[in-house]
Design a protein around this ligand. Structure first.
Ligand code: NDP
Length: 290
C-alpha cells in the first residue's frame, strides 16, 4: 500500500511535489497557509486540510516545503505532538545550521527527520534531470526511497542533517558566481552595442566546455598539488587586463575584481608561478583576507 503523505506548503515547488505524489497513487493531504492554492490538487484527488494539525494527523510521511526556516518552525512548533512518530521530510531551503537545529528539535519530539536540498526548478520535478540531495535520518531515507524517487534522482549524503543543505548552497555558489560573471561580460560587450542574446550565443558553449575543467581543479585541490607542472599559473591568470577593459567599457569592475583579489593574495604570498587552483587557499584562509 502507498504510504499516506501530507504536504505542507503549496507554493510553486510544494504544489508540484504534492501533485507528483498524487499522480503516483499516494493518498495525499495538502495544507497551505493561504486558502485557495489547493483547488487544482483537490480536483486531482487531494484532500485539503484546514490546519497543519489536521493535515498531519493521518499521515505516515509529512513533506514540508515552505518559505524559510522560520516559517517551518511557525508551522511545526504548534503541532510537534501530532508529528511524534512520523517521518518528516523538510525540503525548505535553509542553512546547514538551521537543518541541524531542526534535526535536534525533531529528535526532542520523537520525529524522524530527513532534510533535502532540491537541485531542480518546479518544471523539472518528476522528469529527467531532476535531483534532490538528502541528509539526516538513514531510516527515513531507506523507508521512503520509493516515494522520494517520484520526484527525481535521490542522493543520500549521510546522517549529518546539514550536509544536503551545505552541498545545495555550495553548488548554487558556483552557479551564481558564474551567472554574475556572464552578466558582467554582457555588460562589457554592451559598450560596443552587442546585445546580450548575441553574446550568450558565443559565451554559453565556451562556458559549458570550461566546466570540463572542474574535475582537474578538484584533483589539484584535493592533492594540494598547485606546484605540479602543466597548470595555468597565477601569474598567467592575472585579470588586470579584464579589470581594465571593464573600466574602459564603463562598467563596474567588482565582479572580476573579486577573482583578481583572490589571485593577488596568493601572488603577494609568493605563489605566482603555481596553479590557478591555488586561489582555493585564499578562500579557505580567512586570516589573509585584505
Ligand atoms: P513560494 O514563494 O512559491 O511558496 C512559499 C510557500 O511558503 C507558500 O506556500 C507560502 O504560503 C508558504 N509560507 C511562507 N511563509 C509562511 C509562514 N510563515 N507560515 C506558513 N507558510 C508560509 O516558494 P517555492 O514554492 O518556490 O519555494 C519553497 C521552498 O522550496 C523554498 O525554501 C525554496 O528555496 C525551495 N526551492 C524552490 C525552488 C524553486 O525553483 N521554486 C528550487 C529549489 C528549492 P502562502 O501561500 O500562504 O504565502
Amino acid at each position: 500500500a502507498h504510504p499516506r503523505v501530507s504536504v505542507l506548503g503549496l507554493g510553486a515547488m510544494g504544489a508540484v511535489l504534492a501533485g507528483t505524489l498524487l499522480a503516483a497513487g499516494h493518498p495525499t493531504t495538502v495544507w497551505n497557509r493561504t486558502h485557495g492554492r489547493a483547488d487544482t490538487l483537490r480536483a486531482a484527488g487531494a484532500i485539503e486540510a484546514t490546519s497543519p494539525a489536521e493535515a498531519v494527523s493521518a499521515a505516515d510521511v509529512v513533506i514540508v516545503c515552505l518559505f524559510d526556516h522560520a516559517s517551518v518552525h511557525q508551522t511545526l512548533d504548534p503541532i510537534a505532538t501530532h508529528l511524534a512518530g512520523t517521518d518528516l521530510v523538510n525540503l525548505t531551503t535553509t542553512t546547514p545550521e538551521q537543518a541541524r537545529e531542526l534535526a535536534a528539535w525533531s529528535e526532542t519530539h520523537g520525529i524522524h527527520h530527513l532534510d533535502g536540498g532540491i537541485m531542480s526548478v518546479p518544471e523539472m520535478i518528476g522528469h529527467a534531470g531532476s535531483e534532490i540531495l538528502y541528509s539526516g535520518s538513514p531510516e527515513v531515507f531507506g523507508r521512503r526511497q520509493d516515494l522520494l524517487a517520484h520526484w527525481g534522482a535521490s542522493t543520500y549524503l549521510g546522517p549529518d542533517a546539514g550536509r544536503a543543505s551545505l552541498e545545495d548552497l555550495a553548488i548554487l555558489s558556483g552557479m551564481y558566481v558564474m551567472f554574475a560573471g556572464f552578466l558582467h561580460g554582457a555588460a562589457m560587450v554592451a559598450s560596443a552595442g552587442v546585445g546580450a542574446v548575441e553574446f550568450a550565443g558565443r559565451a554559453a558553449p565556451f562556458l559549458a566546455a570550461m566546466t570540463g575543467g572542474l574535475g582537474g581543479l578538484a584533483e589539484t585541490v584535493d592533492a594540494r598539488s598547485y606546484a605540479a607542472p602543466g597548470q595555468q599559473s597565477l601569474d598567467f591568470s592575472d585579470l588586470s587586463h579584464i579589470v581594465r577593459a571593464s573600466a574602459e567599457a564603463g562598467v563596474s569592475t567588482e565582479a572580476v575584481q573579486m577573482v583578481q583579489n583572490l589571485i593577488t593574495r596568493q601572488r603577494d604570498a609568493g605563489f605566482g608561478t603555481e596553479g590557478f587552483a591555488r586561489i582555493y587557499e585564499s578562500i579557505t584562509d580567512t586570516t589573509s583576507r585584505s
